[in-house]
Design a protein around this ligand. Structure first.
Ligand code: NZQ
Ligand code: ZN
Length: 404
């Protein structure tokens, strides 16, 4: 097992009716910015519950945070938060609203010249952020219990990550009933995103982490077991509660402790969203089976273990590992998630666009390295770039995408 540190200060408040707890969680007298997306919270009753629970606080609103939150929108919100002297932000929505609020909270307190640097440096130069809490309405990203955020910039077709301890939510309220209004495609997306988060921390090489392996497998098995009820039964509290907790556990840092991660599928997926507009989970379902096939030799031990324990696979290691890939694809199809580029009418041009982006970014990193912008960050990122982005490029030459 590799060395690790674990720190996660997020106060989770889980269950039916818990939005009413807001006044116990936010200090009296604070000025709150209520931030949300395109309006789903107004049609499903969550907005009314929030306003009722915030009676007595000074509240201003910022709405319109997009799916794949946009940089320019978040900058407007950060300016509003400063102009209004906001003490606390409440994010109400899915991963996009929560990620957007993480950036808003950090940008409002950023003392550099260009807030885009927060993303260019993956958050490594941040010092503080406005405190915020969340009410999650879409199980998928784990953003409610981690310090990650992914922000998109339409003008340059970029989608970049940042993370920092100062953007851990102070609390997150997880009420399964808020998910009843989710349409089928968002439920499917949430299941796949959760599945892939687990696997990107699991399907690498074994460093003797049997507890973490079984924690990861428990999430995968629970998702598979609950999927039919999640997808078919509209207001089934128990399956929604189990789904919600699986999604949070998949990316709150716990299952990956001491293991070796491989976020290649997410790395390529973010570029596919930035260029072609596929939903986050849609990209993952196309890419991950290809990544597993391409890196079969390195990943087959863990894939075989998953297949034995989840689908009772038998035969030699190669046969078992192949069973993990086949059963994963079958599971995605069972919840109507496509797994081919051609399902989105994308072909060779799309692949070239993504490969060019990785090549350009690598060149840019070399150039920036010479200016010694932030040596520590660049050294870390450079290792990331070497391990993963160059694999993407070599994978491209080996045709692993072309079968899609
Ligand atoms: O904007 P509103 O009107 O709220 O509608 C949203 C949005 O259109 C709707 N929705 C949310 N809750 C609903 C609902 N509709 C009906 N009933 C409800 N209860 O669903 C749509 C999609 O929402 P979004 O927040 O975009 O989805 P998701 O939670 O999947 O978040 C995706 C974003 O998170 C990033 C992705 O890259 C993407 O930008 N990720 C964040 C991560 C993190 N912070 O750790 C990790 C992930 O790997 C991912 O990269
Ligand atoms: Zn994801």
């Amino acid at each position: 097992m590799n060395n690790f540190e674990y720190y996660n200060p997020v106060h989770i408040v889980f269950g039916k009716g818990q939005i009413a707890q807001l006044s116990q969680l936010i200090k009296p007298g604070q000025k709150i910015m209520l931030a949300y997306g395109g309006g789903s919270i107004k049609t499903n009753g969550v907005y009314d519950q929030v306003l009722a629970a915030l009676k007595g606080y000074k509240v201003i609103e910022f709405s319109g945070i997009e799916a794949n939150p946009q940089y320019q929108t978040c900058l407007k919100a950060a300016k509003l938060a400063n102009d209004e002297g906001v003490d606390f932000i409440l994010a109400v929505g899915g991963g996009s609203v929560i990620d957007g609020v993480k950036f808003i909270a950090a940008a409002a307190r950023f003392d550099g010249d260009d807030p885009w640097d927060i993303l260019r440096t993956s958050g490594s130069t941040l010092k503080e952020a406005i405190p915020f809490g969340t009410i999650l309405t879409l199980p998928a990203t784990g953003s409610e219990m981690n310090f990650n955020s992914v922000i998109s910039r339409r003008e340059t077709q970029e989608k970049l990550y940042f993370g920092h301890r100062c953007v851990y939510p102070v609390f997150s309220i997880l009420d399964p009933e808020t998910t009843y209004s989710l349409p089928a495609n968002q439920l499917r997306n949430g299941i796949v995103d959760t599945f892939v988060h687990v696997m990107e921390q699991y399907a690498t090489h074994d460093v003797n982490t049997p507890l973490q392996d079984r924690q990861a497998e428990a999430i995968i098995k629970t998702l598979i077991e609950q999927a039919d009820n999640i997808m078919i039964k509209k207001e089934d509290y128990d399956s929604r509660a189990n789904f919600l907790w699986c999604a949070t556990q998949a990316l709150n840092g716990l299952i990956g402790l001491g293991t070796v991660g491989d976020w290649l599928t997410h790395g390529i997926g973010h570029e596919m969203t930035a260029f072609f507009g596929l939903a986050h989970a849609e990209t993952l379902a196309v890419i991950m089976p290809g990544v597993w096939t391409h890196f079969f030799q390195e990943k087959k031990g863990k894939l075989a273990q998953l297949a034995r324990r989840t689908w009772h696979a038998t035969g030699d290691i190669d046969t078992q590992a192949q069973a993990a890939i086949d059963n994963t694809v079958k599971f995605f199809h069972s919840i109507s998630m496509p797994t081919r580029l051609s399902d989105y009418n994308l072909s060779q041009d799309a692949i070239d666009t993504i490969v060019n982006r990785f090549q350009e970014r690598k060149k840019q990193l070399v150039a920036e390295n010479s200016r010694a912008l932030n040596q520590k960050w660049l050294d870390r990122y450079w290792i990331y770039a070497d391990n993963y982005y160059s694999n993407v490029i070599s994978a491209y030459f080996d045709d692993f995408f072309r079968s899609s």
